[in-house]
Design a protein around this ligand. Structure first.
Ligand code: ATP
Ligand code: MG
Length: 181
């Protein structure tokens, strides 16, 4: 369902870069420090990751291209990432064959999210992803160490992962929301 990822000014991806994920398995290879993990960071970031640490930085502005003396490039003022989902099957609750989720952040600290180029709230991005397995704390991103964490998790936490995988968490969240009113 993940179709492509576009990066501009995100970490080491200074130039506008489009990565395609055709059907099947995509493998990213490259030497150490070439930016493989930065791609995973970008996917987490665009889906609303709020923790700079989880993106392997100190502060959120660390996702912005910081310049490179080796390549004679100046730091950039903004980072942008767009994740493109194929929605031909209507998996996402949006009436469009493709869903673009964009996040932008400026050095000033300001930032924004867009769904299909319309500004939206982080909540809208979270709502869009809930129950799909896509998302910052969903099971679709299994990083180094995550397997151990999952094995050592409490039964309750582990259950949450399965509920997300089964698509139940979307309804749980709605139920909680209704009860709070
Ligand atoms: P490994 O095989 O060691 O895991 P990797 O391919 O996963 O390597 P990454 O961790 O994705 O590599 O990339 C790290 C590189 O990204 C470093 O060279 C680092 O300088 C660069 N980098 C990280 N943040 C920025 C930034 N804000 N601006 C420019 N470059 C950055
Ligand atoms: Mg890596």
């Amino acid at each position: 369902m993940l179709k492509a990822l576009e990066l501009h000014g995100f970490k080491s991806f200074a130039d506008k870069t489009r990565l395609e994920f055709p059907a099947g398995i995509t493998v990213v290879v490259g030497p150490n420090g070439s930016g493989k993990s930065n791609i995973v960071d970008a996917i987490k970031w665009v889906l609303g990751e709020q923790s700079a640490k989880s993106l392997r930085g100190k502060e959120m502005a660390d996702v912005i291209f910081k310049g490179s003396s080796a390549h004679g490039r100046k730091p950039m003022n903004a980072a942008e990432a767009t994740i493109i989902f194929d929605n031909a099957e209507g998996t996402l609750p949006i009436d469009a064959p493709e869903v673009h989720v964009t996040r932008r952040v400026f050095r000033s600290g300001e930032g924004e999210y867009l769904i299909n180029r319309h500004p939206c709230r982080l909540r809208d991005v979270k709502d869009l992803c809930r129950g799909t397995g896509i998302g910052t704390d969903a099971y679709s991103i299994i990083e180094q160490g995550k397997v151990d964490t999952l094995l050592q998790a409490s039964p309750r936490d582990r259950r949450a992962v399965f509920e997300e995988a089964a698509g139940i968490s979307r309804f749980k969240a709605k139920k909680l929301e209704t009860q709070r009113r």
